[in-house]
Design a protein around this ligand. Structure first.
Ligand code: NI
Length: 177
């Protein structure tokens, strides 16, 4: 396993559409997933997409830690590390909510981003099975954020008001006052 270098905003790999994975069960893909998991844990993130480690493939990893849960049922409760290959997202309803996001490729910054409140997502698992889940709240948010990476979209592009983009330290200080 290895900790991989994370691409930062401005690197072309983050602005491109990633390619579908032909076979999720190859040793090369399982090695990549292990390295991505280690990289995400090392960086303290809750999600990571393959383009963020300079691999232009449609692969995302994410989890929902207890502290970030917005509810307690299956859709928005805690979620262990999940790997999704060639994911697809379908909004459930048109309700949208704002929430604060950060990204390992945009270090130090945070912004208020509108996302669909409820989604259904599906994709392949590393053993070649299919996974389909409904998600809401933070769970839905992290999946939408990670899947955006596969289409070359970073969260600032989703923001409606860039005055809500700032450095984490400054925003926390301002909110504490
Ligand atoms: Ni990100």
């Amino acid at each position: 396993m290895a900790i991989l270098k994370i691409a930062r905003m401005g690197h072309p790999v983050l602005g491109r559409r990633a390619e579908p994975v032909a076979d999720p069960t190859t040793p090369a893909i399982s090695r990549l997933l292990a390295d991505m998991a280690e990289t995400m844990a090392d960086a303290g993130g809750v999600g990571l997409a393959a383009p963020q480690v300079h691999v232009p493939l449609r692969i995302v990893l994410f989890c929902v830690p207890e502290a970030r849960c917005t509810g307690s049922d299956d859709a928005n409760g805690p979620l262990p590390l999940t790997c999704l290959i060639n994911p697809e997202i379908e909004p459930l309803g048109d309700e949208i909510e704002d929430g604060w996001e950060a990204c390992l490729s945009v270090p130090g910054l945070t912004g208020l981003v509108p996302r669909f409140t409820r989604i259904r997502y599906r994709g392949l698992t590393p053993v070649g099975g299919e996974l389909m889940r409904e998600a809401s709240g933070f769970h839905a948010r992290v999946v939408q954020h990670e899947c955006d990476h596969l289409d070359g979209v970073l969260y600032p592009r989703r923001m409606r008001d860039l005055s809500n983009l700032g450095f984490v330290e400054e925003m926390q200080r301002a909110r504490a006052q």
